[in-house]
Design a binder for this molecule. Structure first.
Ligand SMILES: NS(=O)(=O)c1ccc(S(=O)(=O)c2ccccc2)s1
Ligand SMILES: [Zn+2]
Length: 263
């Protein structure tokens, strides 16, 4: 899928310094979601996801996270509803996590940090014909964020966890098929926050409608430990660096309002 293979994320080290200026800079992500400052919007609709597991293709360690990539050449795995006016196509999902269970998520809720956060990345296939075009437009992308907390083992996630040793190093790819990402959504997808933001890794473009689920999913301590066994570095590099703390620092809300789909 074009959504991540053609875009080589900036070669800056994953703990990259914040670039001096970013495109626009008025709607950057991630942010802290203040529950009391969010505004209930009764016009927000339920989210509708239709994912076809047959579009799942591979897992790729891009040196920043690991991406599970989907065939986005047709409208087989889609997202619409919620705050969205158009239909969006799933291109990949990936995660952000910490070196321990005390932190790791990019977004926070009333400053509460989760040990990890899942991002399901979609692009507006009603308005654009290629992912590359959508990335440059302010309504081009929609990312569903799901918080992850430590608890019982997540059976659906285990198939993915078992494949991770095959993509331990940066630039490694392994075939990964027949995975339905809706198993990673919480059972209640009607309660979410939404706001206008950006990609949280370079190019940081301000093209994302963020949809953050209120209900976290539970994963086990051991499953998160396997995430931390991945490496930022490629097999050739002599010094291996554990892939941990791959989250961006929080950004100012500026002149934005976070809406909630629930009261
Ligand atoms: N963490 S996040 O969900 O905001 C995110 C960062 C990068 C991507 S991308 O790989 O889709 C991509 C998109 C456009 C250009 C390059 C990569 S998605
Ligand atoms: Zn992300």
């Amino acid at each position: 899928s074009a959504c991540s293979s053609r875009f080589v994320l900036s070669q800056m080290h994953p703990m990259w310094q914040e670039p001096l200026e970013v495109p626009g800079g008025e709607r950057q992500s991630p942010i802290d979601i203040s529950i009391r400052k969010s505004v209930f919007d009764p016009n927000l609709k339920p989210l509708v996801t239709r994912y076809d597991p047959r579009t799942c293709q591979q897992i790729w360690n891009n040196g920043y996270s690991f991406l599970v990539e989907y065939d986005d050449r047709t409208d087989k795995s889609t997202l619409h509803g919620g705050p969205l006016e158009d239909q969006f196509r799933l291109c990949q999902f990936h995660f952000h996590w910490g070196e321990n269970n005390n932190w790791g998520s990019e977004h926070t809720v009333d400053r509460h940090l989760y040990p990890a956060e899942l991002h399901l990345v979609h692009w507006n296939s009603d308005k654009y014909s290629l992912f590359e075009e959508a990335v440059m437009e302010d309504n081009g992308l929609a990312v569903i964020g799901v918080f992850m907390k430590v608890g019982k083992r997540h059976e659906g996630l285990q198939k993915l966890v078992d494949a991770l040793p095959a993509v331990r190093h940066k630039d490694s790819v392994v075939e990964f098929t027949k995975f339905d990402p809706s198993c990673l959504l919480p059972q209640n997808t009607n309660e979410y926050w939404t706001y206008a933001g950006s990609l949280t890794t370079p190019p940081l473009t301000e093209a994302v409608t963020w949809i953050i689920m209120k209900q976290p999913i539970e994963v086990s301590h051991d499953q998160l430990a396997v995430f931390r066994s991945l490496l930022f570095t490629s097999a050739e590099e002599e010094v291996q660096k554990s892939m941990v703390n791959n989250f961006r620092v929080q950004q100012s809300l500026k002149d934005r309002t976070v809406r909630s789909s629930f009261n």
